[in-house]
Ligand binder design. Structure first.
Ligand code: HEC
Length: 128
């Protein structure tokens, strides 16, 4: 009986791993879902190619904050010396006002997986 149970548990673990593996990977962010979230939550002020209320996002991942040349940023963002990567973008989208006091974007993305997906999408919009 214990041996049978051991086998059952192992079988269930394998089934669990197969069924839930794709969900576990989502922690790294789904750019496809991120694109939709970006349209819904960011598109009112941003676009990838054009400055609007917020700066354009082409190449934002890996760039120093506040450096799109023809966009008029807050001094706080320009002087922050933040480089946009997974961690800094996550902190920014969690609460910009806490991450860079004095900045001018008052939008927060409350869910960690939404942030990860949006960041995965931004990462794809590289300069080349
Ligand atoms: C209500 C308008 C508005 C919305 C909505 C908005 N932003 Fe912004 N965003 C801004 C403004 C304005 C700035 C410039 C802030 C400053 O200069 O302090 C900015 C700056 C940024 C920056 C810094 C860019 C750089 O060049 O350094 C990033 C990254 C960013 N936004 C991402 C996002 C994302 C992702 C979303 C969607 C979840 C979003 N924003 C939604 C207005 C907005």
């Amino acid at each position: 009986m214990p041996r049978f149970l051991g086998l059952l548990v192992r079988t269930l673990l394998v089934v669990y791993a197969v069924v839930f593996a794709p969900t576990a990977q989502a922690a790294d962010g789904s750019a496809t879902r991120g694109e939709k979230l970006y349209g819904a939550k960011c598109g009112g002020c941003h676009s990838i190619e054009t400055n609007r209320i917020g700066p354009r996002h082409r190449g934002v991942f890996g760039r120093t904050a506040g450096t799109v040349p023809d966009f008029s940023y807050s001094r706080a963002l320009q002087e922050s010396e933040v480089v946009w990567n997974d961690e800094s973008l996550d902190s920014w989208l969690t609460n910009p006002a806490v991450f860079i006091p004095g900045q001018r974007m008052f939008v927060r993305v409350g869910k960690a997986d939404d942030r990860a997906d949006i960041i995965a999408y931004l990462k794809q919009q590289s300069d080349d």
